[in-house]
Design a protein around this ligand. Structure first.
Ligand code: GLY
Length: 552
């Protein structure tokens, strides 16, 4: 076992590989998932087959990040008909959900109710999304593409230091669910390094899906067991919530930044809108021609404004009107960025309109390219580490706590310190607002497939990486680059220790910024890049995580 862990560690250090000729590439947050993707590509599967295999395997080996009890966004590009689409497998609020369900009689948010246990879980979308991708875009049978995940669930995966950190963070909530404690703890304690996490119930659930497709999850015995388990633990699911769940294919958002076309996700993610708005403001202020510290100041100012708009305008477009064309237009960016001053910070409180948080090293992202050029960028989540920490008895399905991504009370921060307004209020069947931002960046010279977990900081990490691609940085440099973030409220720059030099900190402070250094790094970026001139493919997995990138 020790040997396996040493191999894991070594692979994550050499996560960037470069080759020439027709190649495929997979970058994910876990070596077992990367191997699953490569195995499927080597069996002749396309990028979409590999995406299903990787998603299902991550659901097994990264239970603190994503899962069959969660949801996500899969951004696909198919070469044969030049189709680009977003598969929205986001969770939805159960039908019995209501606007004030997490408030007490005084109208105050009841702590943890939207984070721990059965009441915090939205109706999962990942199983339906995987079946949809397999049926509409895949070439291999569901049995073949789910096989690596079933094997990993039966044989188990070894606990790492990262697993231990996540389990420790959520220990009390995991203990509160007997099935979760049995699967994810060792004698009710954080498991030792190398302890094998085996999930026979999850393996059986995946088998059921290979036999019955989406019905294996959303109808029949398993669906009833999920509903009964949730209700007995104080949740509000009904069988019709599962039966009615639908994946939605949505038109991606497309913007232009200089010579680069940027393709990202529309609501129910806020990521694409915020990214387009930030890029438009950077272009307006000629970001690339500025010196380094002015560039950093400007980045903070555009982040502040984009996150303020996120809070005010964004929600599920199936429920609320969001002025998407306006928010992503160059004209609006001129208006929004008009009051940016290069020599001083804008106080967030002075903008019109309307906290140590977790670092968001849960949620997960992977990037895949196949030899035909089909590609997938996917970001998947169960929200908080180990989601709700609740497993309905006998199902092996760890449920999400994505309900916390709604604004339980307008203006009150959620677990990420994000505030929201009416647009993101809870309603039955509605998708909660997300920050997940799988993205493609393409010019005549380069193509990049990228994304990361990281809660509210996902969007600014993706922005940093897009800028890295446009500046010709390598995949390895992009995933390793130091990060900083501003999200309107709290009004501070959150940053990794090496994001600014001492003189830059002095300079930004003198302009009126408040800086807060975070303990350790954040995010887990997975990048695949094609440099078109020599058709060279490279890929890299964030050195902050334990993932692996392979080019073959
Ligand atoms: N649950 C994290 C997100 O969707 O942004």
């Amino acid at each position: 076992m020790k040997k396996f862990i040493v191999i894991l560690f070594t692979l994550s250090l050499v996560a960037c590989q470069q080759n020439s000729g027709p190649q495929h590439a997979v970058a994910t947050a876990h070596p077992i998932a990367t191997q699953a993707g490569i195995e499927i590509l080597n069996q002749g599967g396309n990028a979409f087959d590999a995406a299903v295999a990787v998603s299902a395997t991550l659901a097994v080996v990264e239970p603190y990040s994503s899962g069959m009890g969660g949801g996500g966004f899969w951004l696909l590009h198919r070469v044969v008909d030049n189709k680009t689409t977003m598969i929205d497998g986001r969770e939805v609020a159960p039908n019995a959900a209501s606007r004030d369900m997490y408030l007490d009689e005084n109208g105050d948010v009841i702590p943890k109710l939207s984070i721990d246990g059965a009441l915090s879980a939205g109706i999962p979308g990942q199983p339906a999304a995987l079946i949809h991708i397999n049926q509409r875009y895949g070439t291999l049978s569901l049995r073949k593409v789910l096989a690596p995940a079933i094997k990993a669930a039966n044989e188990g995966f070894p606990v790492t230091e990262h697993y231990r950190r996540m389990a420790k963070f959520r220990l009390e909530a995991l203990r509160a669910s007997p099935d979760a404690a049995k699967i994810f703890l060792q004698n009710n304690e954080v498991p030792e390094i190398g302890y094998l996490i085996k999930q026979p119930d999850l393996a059986e659930t995946l088998q059921k899906m290979t036999r019955q497709g989406a019905n294996g999850f959303y109808k029949g015995d398993l669906a009833w067991a999920l509903v009964e388990g949730v209700r007995e633990a104080g949740g509000i699911w009904n069988i019709t919530d599962l039966q009615r769940y639908r994946v939605v294919e949505r038109e991606p958002l497309v913007g232009q930044f200089g010579e680069y076309k940027v393709t990202s996700v529309p609501p129910s993610s806020s990521g694409g809108v915020a990214i387009m708005a930030m890029l438009n403001m950077l272009e307006q202020h000629k970001w690339s021609s500025l010196n380094e510290v002015d560039q950093k100041h400007l980045l903070v100012e555009v982040m502040r404004r984009a996150y303020r708009d996120r809070a005010v305008y964004l929600g599920d477009t199936d429920y609320v009107r969001v002025p998407l064309d306006k928010l992503t237009s160059k004209e609006y960016a001129k208006e929004l960025g008009n009051d940016i001053k290069l020599n001083s910070a804008t106080a967030s409180a002075s903008l019109p309109g309307l906290d140590d948080q977790p670092k968001g090293n849960h949620t997960t992202h992977f990037s895949i390219l196949d030899k035909q050029g089909n590609r997938v960028a996917a970001t998947l989540s169960i929200n908080y580490p180990f989601g709700s920490c609740f497993v309905p008895p006998g199902t092996g399905i760890l449920l999400n706590d994505e309900m916390d991504d709604f604004s339980s009370k307008p203006g009150e921060p959620n677990a990420y310190g994000l505030v929201g307004a009416e647009a993101n209020a809870i309603a039955p069947g509605k998708r909660m607002l997300s920050s997940m931002s799988p993205t493609f960046v393409e010019s005549n010279d380069r193509l990049a497939i990228l994304g990361t977990p990281g809660g509210s900081r996902i969007i600014t990490m993706v922005l940093h990486s897009i800028l890295g691609v446009t500046q010709g940085d390598s995949a390895k440099d992009i995933v390793a680059a130091p990060r900083f973030h501003h999200q309107y409220l709290p009004d501070e720059i959150q940053h990794e220790s090496d994001a600014f030099s001492g003189s830059e900190i002095d300079n930004l402070t003198a302009r009126g910024h408040t800086l807060r250094e975070l303990n350790g790094g954040y995010g887990n970026m997975q990048v695949v890049i094609v440099d078109k001139a020599d058709n060279e493919v490279s890929a890299a997995s964030d050195p902050r995580g334990e993932g692996e990138a392979i080019v073959q």
